[in-house]
Each structure stands twice: as C-alpha cells, then as structure tokens.
Design a protein around this ligand. Sequence first.
Ligand SMILES: NC(=O)c1ccc[n+]([C@@H]2O[C@H](COP(=O)([O-])OP(=O)(O)OC[C@H]3O[C@@H](n4cnc5c(N)ncnc54)[C@H](OP(=O)(O)O)[C@@H]3O)[C@@H](O)[C@H]2O)c1
Length: 64
Amino acid sequence: MQRDVSIIPKSVHVERMEQNIDIWDFELTEEEMGQISAKDLGHSGIVDHSDPAFVKFIWQYHAE
Ligand SMILES: NC(=O)c1ccc[n+]([C@@H]2O[C@H](COP(=O)([O-])OP(=O)(O)OC[C@H]3O[C@@H](n4cnc5c(N)ncnc54)[C@H](OP(=O)(O)O)[C@@H]3O)[C@@H](O)[C@H]2O)c1
C-alpha cells in the first residue's frame, strides 16, 4: 500500500485475514521498504507475460 501497488492477500486462516486487513495504524520504515524492494527479480519467476508465444498459448487455452 505504501508503494501504491495493488495487493491481493490470500489466507485460509481467519486470524491472518484479520491481520491482512488491519494495516492502517502503522507504516513500514525505509529499511523495511528496501528489504521488500530487494525481493523484486525484475521479471516474472513463473511466466513472461510480454512473450508473444506465451500470450498466444494462454489466449488459445482460454478459447478452448
Ligand atoms: N501469484 C499469482 O501469480 C496469482 C495470479 C492470479 C491470481 N492470484 C490470486 O491472488 C491471491 C494471492 O495469491 P499469491 O500467489 O500471492 O499467494 P498464495 O501463495 O496463494 O498465498 C499466500 C501465502 O501467504 C500466507 N499468508 C497469508 N497471510 C499471512 C499472514 N498474515 N501471515 C503469515 N502467512 C500468511 C498464506 O498461508 P495461509 O493460507 O496458510 O494463511 C499462503 O501460504 C490468490 O487468491 C490467488 O488465486 C495469484
């Protein structure tokens, strides 16, 4: 939220769902924000959504 990036938290535990909603009374420090930014690979670790071959594959998959 501090980076204005959409977040999609998912949990099967009610107490964690509550934790994930309860985010409005604190802020992360610059150091904590830096630790999160450092995890960015700069590319998807699963698929490349800018690869025309993958886009064609997924388009055809959904069309079937
Ligand atoms: N990742 C993708 O590429 C992608 C793409 C499209 C849609 N989605 C959707 O986006 C949602 C999130 O997916 P995701 O891949 O980012 O996450 P995820 O790997 O599906 O689940 C998040 C993990 O974080 C844990 N967790 C959540 N809240 C926590 C908390 N407060 N403390 C400790 N652990 C916590 C969850 O464990 P517990 O459940 O055991 O709490 C789970 O192991 C899902 O609904 C998914 O279908 C994801």
